[in-house]
Ligand binder design. Structure first.
Ligand SMILES: O=P(O)(O)OC[C@H]1O[C@](O)(CO)[C@@H](O)[C@@H]1O
Length: 549
């Protein structure tokens, strides 16, 4: 594998970067109050609407010049060429020599993207058709369990990208899902996860989807073997039952066969689909089983619309580009360490958890593509909770803490569950929070309320805390697809500016290797010779000496 990137100009040497550094010094004390007072149209002007998503980015600590410079930075970093390289199937994941083609997973049938001489779009649609056929047979009851009962329970076993997308999508699209079926998700190696997931399920009505790109992941394979035993125990060890109760989603046919699942019951995907970008691949099988194939295809079309927007829209009206550049602005010039993602939509309760992997596994890096250490910040921490729960938890820090935490508010004009005044009250909170964060409450305002002098400082909100507000009409499968693709491509934009590889994840390897070494040390009958540091040795001894079995 060759390093084709050694001539890239370091980010901090780019003209736009240097200009942004100077510009930041000039406007670091700028106040949103002033920006809005000086430009009464700001809240209408600094908005973009595309493919049914409305982004209000006016409450950011930016001027028109900031935007001009950020857009110039994007051009200087070759963002347009990098986008094209991804969409054309170039092997931009250079440390693994792989193409990065989650966009092919939602491309229309007639499209063509060639990797190593193969049109991957045809492969994608062949697997999609197989998923549709299978999910319809299960949902209609045609697919029967070992004893002839219909499948009522689906348990997805997977972790990371093989879990977070499916769980998030299941929760997000519950309104559209088949309510007569039960969906569970087992990811953690903690035995409690599996135990609780199946405790009330009838094995004769349960289908396990073992989802793993590699089919070697310790957690998933351990849980899958436990599921196999659980099933066999119910059927007197009859291994014939496995065919009716297990399917696999993987890139690794050999390991699937070794596990005992017929590869005819394997739904394939490919090494050019990163785990955290895989929910529109066969990893979405549980989603399709829950919402049906028609809704699944609608979700894919939402993803595709955002893909096309990202690929073709001018940068100044390109939603993912703007959001990505704003993140760079805060991370690198304001030193922001965290971004809060705040969906005011209960169905999106797992969306922040999903984004944690998408963003932090992608851009939590410190090596540039040419192998030198970055001299600037890369990914902030993304976290969040659905509104209004977060308000009664950590918003105190957002409003009055010492850290600057930009927020992404996400809301829908219509609720899926109309109930009295709930939705108006919910939305009033979104708008109130971004207003309060931006404009705060001055000492004069606090005093004017008759607050005693000693209490005044505690009740001041300095404001000037930035946020984006994203509005869509209604949470549909299509809207969900657009929203997720928006964040995927915002992450891409950030990675392209930082000059890092957003598509590998070497940082998760060391812990996995060390755990493999420690497992036999915990299980061995004889006292093992421990060669760790004194802390790790002592923790292992304490566990060994205290455990009962
Ligand atoms: O699908 P697999 O191969 O089981 O991997 C699961 C997850 O493990 C990781 O490789 C590392 O945590 C993720 O990137 C991936 O989504």
């Amino acid at each position: 594998m060759t390093n084709r990137t050694e001539n890239i100009l370091p980010l901090t040497e780019r003209n736009a970067w240097k200009a942004l550094a100077v510009h930041y010094e000039q406007l670091r004390h700028l106040q949103l109050r002033t920006l809005f007072a000086d430009d009464p149209q700001r809240g209408e002007r600094m908005t973009v609407e595309a493919v049914g998503l409305y982004l209000d980015y006016s409450k950011n600590l930016i001027t028109d010049e900031t935007l001009t410079l950020l857009l110039q930075l994007a051009r200087e970093c070759g963002l347009r060429q990098r986008i094209e390289a991804m969409f054309c199937g170039e092997k931009i994941n250079i440390t693994e020599n792989r193409a990065v083609l989650h966009v092919a997973l939602r491309a229309p049938k007639e499209a063509s993207i060639v990797v190593d001489g193969v049109n991957v779009v045809s492969q994608v649609h062949a697997v999609l058709d197989k998923m549709v056929d299978f999910s319809e047979r299960v949902r209609s009851g045609e697919w029967k369990g070992h004893t002839g009962k219909r499948i009522r329970n689906v348990v997805n076993i997977g972790i990371g990208g093989s879990d977070l997308g499916p769980v998030m999508a299941y929760e997000a699209l519950k309104y559209y899902s088949e309510r007569t079926m039960i969906f569970r998700f087992v990811s953690n190696i903690d035995s409690t996860d599996f135990t609780e997931a199946v405790h009330d399920l009838d094995p004769a009505e349960t289908l396990f989807i073992v989802s793993s790109k590699t089919f070697t992941t310790l957690e998933t394979m351990t849980n899958a073997h436990t599921a196999r035993e659980w099933l066999l125990a119910a059927f007197g060890g009859d291994t014939q039952s496995i065919a009716k109760h297990f399917v696999a989603v993987s890139t690794n046919a050999e390991e699937v066969a070794k596990f005992g699942i017929d590869t005819a019951q394997m739904f394939e995907f490919w090494d050019w689909v990163g785990g955290r970008y895989s929910m529109t691949s066969a990893i979405g099988l549980s989603t399709m089983l829950a919402i049906g194939s028609a809704n699944f295809r609608i979700m894919l079309s939402g993803f595709h619309q955002m893909d096309e927007h990202f690929r073709t829209a001018p940068f100044e009206s390109n939603l993912p580009v703007l959001m990505g550049l704003l993140t760079v602005w805060y991370a690198d010039f304001f030193g922001t360490q965290a971004i809060a993602v705040l969906p005011y939509e209960q169905y999106l309760k797992r969306f922040p958890a999903y984004l944690q992997q998408l963003v932090m596994e992608s851009n939590g890096k410190q090596m540039t593509l040419n192998g030198s250490r970055v001299s600037y910040n890369t990914s902030p921490i993304y976290w969040g909770e659905p509104g209004t729960n977060g308000q009664h938890s950590f918003y105190q820090l957002l409003h009055q803490g010492t850290s600057l935490i930009p927020c992404d508010f996400i809301a829908f004009i219509e609720t899926l569950n109309t109930l009295g005044r709930h939705h108006d009250i919910l939305l009033s909170n979104v708008f109130a929070q971004s207003e309060a964060l931006a404009f705060g409450k001055t000492m004069e305002q606090v005093k004017a309320e008759g607050t005693p002098d000693w209490l005044v400082p505690h009740r001041i909100f300095e404001g000037n805390r930035p946020s984006n507000t994203l509005l869509a009409e209604r949470l549909t499968p299509e809207a969900l697809g657009k929203l997720i693709a928006l964040y995927e491509h915002s992450v891409f934009t950030q990675g392209a500016i930082w000059g890092i590889n957003s598509f590998d994840q070497w940082g998760v390897e060391l812990g996995k290797v060390l755990a493999q070494r420690i497992i036999p040390e915990l299980e061995s009958k004889v006292e093992p010779a421990l060669g760790h540091d004194s802390s790790t040795n002592q923790l292992i001894r304490r566990y060994r000496n205290s455990k009962r079995t």
